[in-house]
Design a protein around this ligand. Structure first.
Ligand SMILES: Nc1ncnc2c1ncn2[C@@H]1O[C@H](COP(=O)(O)OP(=O)(O)OP(=O)(O)O)[C@@H](O)[C@H]1O
Length: 454
């Protein structure tokens, strides 16, 4: 016996009792209504799985409008209940109208018992899958809220940051592609998240991709997905980041690190608003808001033949430049106090404060690793602090000039390698600490070392 609850509505009493007897053999609960006016006051319509509804009620009236009207009333009370219309032979066009208005099926009177039972059975299956979808959607929305509920506040009240945030507020409402530029650790990702949080897509996912850490041969599979068996490790079908971000925001970070070949593939996906999974030839439409970020000068890279001009043109409909911390003096102490509170709570050191001399030291430092460096500096100071007051000596800053003139490197690459070597030396070869000091991710540090050793 199936658990489903069925309601039959017909003004013909013999139809009602015939159907009640037939359905009771298969279904646990069968109720009947002789007068459709009772629909409005029928309790708990949402619990009814299937309604069998007559299309014509008033004797002699055969327009079917009564049926359509009551179908509407039932759907208003319980959108997920499956409604099967019962109509006389010759009124099929009317049944089609009912289907368009949300009925799940129809049966012709006089009915064939077997066929009617099959129709009810498939309507019940449909109702069950609708309920499952409803539950999954609810769960999905809850998950999205948890994922998007970032505790990432943008702190600072310098003029420079305020004008960036004003621009963010304006641009967030639109769907245009945004390119965020600025030095490492200035808060580009935070700005991208803010754009998403203030956009009409905020209820959907924000998917971030560090383009610098994707190996060239995995690029397509990571971004566009693959189908099972398309390469050795493709054990099952998998969606790429574009598909995962469908209806939401896709954030492509470290855009300056792409090969020309990869740039061409990316451009094609952006232009066509669709992706083709590796191993397939079927395009899948994707609706994404694209935000990208880089610390490179892409215009210069275009001039040097390292970046496609057409791709740059696609990415930077709007360019948001995040200024370095040294140009946002008004933010330094506010951020320092913010991080102090955060880490004092994390490491259970309440009542910690920074004295005036230390404030001065923090203000004078040029912060080459920007906010990320300030964050790490504060964390280290809080961990190592012994009293209640943080003094200048509690802040380990690399305040000596970065290079003495005799050893000035002659190329940018050389300078980068020297800085990496020095950071690794200072942190006894600890990659995470060295990357933190340099204001880059551990993966970016690996990539740079790999490049050097090639
Ligand atoms: N205005 C800010 N307020 C609070 N935290 C900030 C702010 N700016 C940056 N941060 C924090 O500093 C760290 C670095 O920021 P983020 O990752 O957004 O920088 P980025 O410019 O994207 O860096 P990269 O170029 O290395 O990817 C993060 O932990 C971020 O939360």
């Amino acid at each position: 016996m199936t658990e489903a609850k069925i309601l039959v509505i017909d003004d013909n009493k013999s139809v009602l009792s015939a159907l009640e007897i037939l359905l009771q053999f298969e279904y646990k609960s069968v109720e009947t209504l002789f007068n459709p006016n009772q629909i409005s006051s029928f309790p708990n319509m949402e619990e009814i799985d299937i309604v069998l509804l007559d299309m014509n009620f008033s004797a002699g009236v055969n327009t079917g409008n009564e049926g359509l009207y009551w179908l509407n009333e039932i759907k208003k009370k319980s959108p997920n209940t499956s409604v099967i219309m019962m109509t006389a032979y010759g009124a099929v066009d009317l049944a089609v109208r009912a289907l368009k208005q949300g009925a799940s099926d129809f049966v012709l009177k006089p009915w064939n018992n077997e066929r009617l039972l099959a129709t009810v059975k498939s309507a019940y299956e449909l109702r069950k899958s609708k309920q499952e979808i409803h539950q999954l959607k609810k769960k999905e929305n809850e998950l999205k809220q948890v994922i998007n509920a970032d505790k990432n506040f943008i702190i600072g009240n310098s003029k420079a940051l305020t004008s960036v945030l004003n621009l963010v507020r304006k641009v967030a409402k639109t769907d245009v592609n945004v390119l965020i530029t600025g030095e490492n650790g200035t808060g580009k990702e935070l700005i991208a998240r803010e754009l998403h949080r203030l956009s009409p897509r905020k209820g959907e996912l924000f998917i971030g991709v560090d383009m610098g850490s994707i190996a060239e041969n995995l690029f397509e599979s990571e971004l566009f997905g693959h189908i099972k068996g398309s390469f050795t490790d493709a054990k099952e079908d998998r969606a790429g980041k574009f598909e995962a971000a469908h209806k939401g925001t896709l954030f492509l970070d470290e855009m300056g690190n792409l090969s020309l070949q990869t740039q061409a593939k990316l451009l094609s996906a952006i232009q066509n608003k669709s992706v083709v999974r590796v191993g397939s030839n079927k395009p899948i439409a994707v609706d994404i808001r694209l935000i990208s970020a880089t610390n490179c000068n892409l215009e210069q890279m275009v001039a040097d033949g390292l970046f496609r001009e057409d791709l740059l043109y696609r990415l930077n409909t709007i360019n948001i430049e995040v200024p370095p911390l040294r140009e946002r003096e008004g933010d330094i102490l506010v951020l320092a106090e913010f991080f102090l509170k955060k880490f004092a709570a994390k490491y259970d050191k309440p009542g910690l404060r920074i004295n005036n001399l230390a404030h001065e030291k923090l203000m004078e430092y040029p912060w080459p690793g920007n906010v990320r460096e300030l964050q790490h500096t504060m964390e280290r100071a809080v961990i190592l602090s012994e009293g209640n007051v943080l003094k200048p000596t509690d802040f380990l800053l690399h305040s000596k000039p970065l290079q003495s003139m005799e050893h000035m490197p002659s190329t940018l690459d050389e300078m980068e390698q020297q800085m990496i070597a020095r950071a690794l030396e200072e942190h006894d070869g600890n990659y995470s600490a060295a990357a933190g000091q340099l204001g880059i991710s551990r993966q970016t540090l690996y990539n740079k070392l790999k490049k050097k050793n090639k």
